[in-house]
Unconditional design. Structure first.
Ligand SMILES: Nc1nc2c(ncn2[C@@H]2O[C@H](COP(=O)(O)OP(=O)(O)OP(=O)(O)O)[C@@H](O)[C@H]2O)c(=O)[nH]1
Ligand SMILES: [Mg+2]
Length: 298
């Protein structure tokens, strides 16, 4: 490895739905984190890893910082804020189409306590008139000591190359933390449950997207080209279970089909996906269940 090899950890924080996961996927060039138009899609920190000849960038996706209403929300906000310690750079992302709000104020309070360099990313600029950018920059520029203010479109990639070169400049000399071909720190099992959860988010609304969890029970290679996956979708109430199964099982069938097609594409095998739905009353507030499901900051 060259002596000048650079590496570092860069976290992306912001309110829910601003486009953090979209940016990570855009930079890594693969789906390492699921995306949806619902708030609070990301629930864990996820490392997206970009390695080239002279550097390794570890981008940390985080849950959107919001006012928690459950123990799960407490966990999500805690893990996001915890990433602010011990990183080489912080990217604070805001949505160009949303005004400055209490959520941003809360995040800025945290950002003003840390020493790491911080960039302000103004995302979704494809949705605004270029002239509107000035007033957005004006609103934020003095709220924190930003080293750079970068307007981007995470969705269409606009200005993302420029952002990447600004990030690279900030990486210190350091080792390779991950193998060259590793794109994420998360396991296949984790990604499978997330892809299934993404399809649930896509097809449900109101409280359901937030009150479900997906557990992969078994993953079994049944032949060279075939894999059998059994997963359970956890809901909080019997009525939600009914909606998720749908009339004559149609909803569950749609979710299963879409998840299967994407998983086959990712894993490169034929997949037999069996989905079950189970009620676990108030799981988002039960510490023992949260720990069992992997929401444990310790
Ligand atoms: N038009 C437009 N839409 C975007 C852009 N970036 C993200 N989106 C959309 O915004 C929505 C939220 O994107 P995510 O990447 O899931 O947002 P997030 O910040 O990770 O959200 P949480 O995980 O809930 O905190 C999705 O519908 C994206 O397609 C962008 O640059 N332009
Ligand atoms: Mg996200």
């Amino acid at each position: 490895m060259a002596e000048s090899f650079r590496s570092g950890f860069v976290t992306i924080v912001g309110r829910p739905n601003v486009g953090k996961s979209t940016l990570i996927n855009q930079i890594i060039g693969e789906k390492v984190s699921i995306i949806s138009d619902k708030i609070q899609t990301t629930r864990h920190t996820i490392h997206g890893i970009l390695t080239d000849e002279d550097m390794q960038l570890i981008l940390i996706d985080t849950p959107g910082i919001h006012k928690p209403k459950h123990k799960l929300g407490d966990y999500m906000v805690d893990v996001s804020i915890n990433t602010l310690n011990d990183v080489d750079l912080v990217l604070f992302m805001v949505n160009a189409t949303e005004g400055y709000g209490k959520g941003d104020e809360f995040i800025l309070k945290q950002l003003n306590k840390i020493d790491s360099p911080i960039f302000l990313l103004i995302n979704k600029v494809d949705l605004i008139h270029p002239d509107e950018l000035f007033s957005i920059i004006d609103t934020y520029k003095d709220t924190c000591d930003f080293e750079e203010i970068v307007p981007v479109s995470a969705l269409n990639g606009n200005n993302v190359k420029k952002l990447l070169s600004l990030i690279k400049e900030r990486l210190p000399n350091g080792p390779k933390y991950y193998e060259d071909d590793q794109l994420t720190n998360r396991s296949d099992r984790f990604m499978i449950s997330e892809i299934i959860r993404e399809k649930v988010l896509l097809h449900t609304k109101e409280e359901i997207p937030h009150s479900i969890n997906v557990i992969v029970e078994t993953m079994e290679q049944t032949s060279k080209q075939k894999m059998h996956i059994q997963a359970t979708i956890i809901t909080e109430r019997q009525t939600q279970k009914g909606i998720l199964i749908g009339k004559k099982g149609q909803m569950l069938k749609t979710i299963g089909q879409e998840a299967r097609l994407e998983l086959e594409d990712i894993i490169g095998k034929n997949i037999f996906l069996e989905l079950w739905v189970k009620v676990q009353k108030d799981w988002r507030n039960k510490q023992s269940l949260l720990t069992q499901y992997g929401f444990d900051s310790n």
